[in-house]
Design a protein around this ligand. Sequence first.
Ligand SMILES: [Zn+2]
Length: 372
Amino acid sequence: MSSKHVRIGRIAGIPISLDYSWFLIFFLLTWSLGASYFPSQYPGWAAWEYWVIGGLATVLLFASVLLHELGHAAAARHYRIPVREITLFIFGGVAQIQEEPKSAWSEFWIAIAGPIVSLALGVLFYVLALAAGAVSQLYATFSYLGYINLALFAFNLIPGFPLDGGRVLRAMLWGMSKDTSQATIIAANVGRFIAYGFIALGLIMMLQDNFLDGVWMAFIGWFLESAAVAQVQQQKLRDILKRYRVAQAMNTRLTLLPADTPLDVLVHEHLLGSGKRAYVVQRDGVPLGMVTIHQIKKAPKDAWDTTTASDVMIPMQEARAISPGEDLWTALSAMDREGVNQLLVVDHGRIVGMISREDLVSFLQMIHEMGV
Ligand SMILES: [Zn+2]
């Protein structure tokens, strides 16, 4: 997901944001409902009524998508998995679940929770439409939302990763075979197969007189295909990284800096000289903290001669650490979760090295080249 989004608020502590692409789909959908769908289904209203109902239906549709994502988020929380953010974008919504579910059951419930919300909303909107009575603006809005939520329910249950149905499939394969890696790759490949189906259907629609819907269908197929491929690659990376320990890839040649080293000396003599991006700050042989490029950049440049390493360092108790016996996937996940580029490697309270994203990349290159 791109970082080009705007925060609109929080629900139950979870940040909600809109990707820039969302504004495009919001406009297109309001336009297609107001100028085409409602006028053809319910002739005889004033033009402004179509636009108001089109806008209202679009807002309620995205509220429905948001509730679908909140369904996933609530289930994730139930299994004590934090949710980083919910983003609405051109193809709907995504709840960023921070960790992989720990069991096939939790994966199953987190995946199915969203479609269950859509199904419930679909039924609710149809009941509201019946209650609104004969052909009226409210009936039109509610029955459209009833239809669209049932469509979301059905679409998301298509059993190809990364759709919810693909996650359900993955959870079932995982539960049966106890092999997460194989389950992911099968579910993702089913997802690719289905994605090609969407693209083919889109092309057929384009050749017939349904060009715009065909383009949209093919576009969804392309999105699903690339997401499924990314999932396979991530799984392969994960399988490789899980085979190796932090101790094998970490950097043990630490540069220990005296606490009173001024930042200009640190930059010119160490950073630019060695290219190392992170340093341990010490006094009398006792490590006090860690300095990375990130902390140096936060200090104003004209104060580099009077600011010392210990002024800007992350104190030892706040520095992110990992034990040398952990696997590399755990290390990478920890960096992602904490939003840092390196971790201190600490063994029984003693710093034995550091591991960074660059270390992981060069380690991966090495094992690739050596074919081990
Ligand atoms: Zn979902």
